[in-house]
Design a protein around this ligand. Sequence first.
Ligand code: PEP
Length: 249
Amino acid sequence: MAKPLIAGNWKMHGSAASATALASHLAQHWNASATPQMVVFPPFVHLADVKRALSGSDIALGAQNLSQYANGAYTGEVSAQMLRDLGCDYVLVGHSERRAVFAESNETVAEKFVAAQGCGLMPILCVGETLQQRQQQKTLQVVAQQIAAVVERAGQENVCRAVIAYEPVWAIGKGETASPEQAQQVHRAIRAQLGDAGKTTTLLYGGSVKAENAADLFIQPDIDGGLVGGASLEAQEFLNIAQQLIEQD
Ligand code: PEP
């Protein structure tokens, strides 16, 4: 069985005060004995404050990005080891906003994936197709290529040890969600691509997940949790989404 996970990507939102308040609220209200792992991804500059606010809770900390390089003259970059030093256990790799806005290629994503695992960070590898690619019926091909590029560099076993998030680009931040059937079809294909070792790989769905649509997604056999953007900025909404995952267990 794959381990269930609920992840909140705060993107480039908030202040030190609001990030601390959000983390404190989650820490107070998230039941430590609940089965799904909860992890939040604040902006880099709020990681230390959020770590403090989460102390004593079971909520894990993650970063939204990392450098593919270990150290050196890379102005503005943040290495995997720096994230470990700040108390991160997780890192997003290949989020569609990184791929589209910051031109991260499949190869760069694969290098970041390897850098993360090399320092003991759990990568959440984000994959997904654009609207145009879906309309051209290239969804499964695009997702398979995104995963294959990482398998080529990191190896199949290492990809299977990570978390993979299927996030259709057309659904992210748009209020549009893939139907549970559309999401399950892609998740099933990912599971098949990973082979035997992928039976226990945690596969998340992301793309406008809210409390009202979460249950129908989480009940799908190959969906093990969610990567939540906008709705994770509201503590109670995020807790309500997490509750839907507990109820599927
Ligand atoms: C995301 O940023 O990974 C995401 C899924 O965003 P949203 O939930 O806002 O669509």
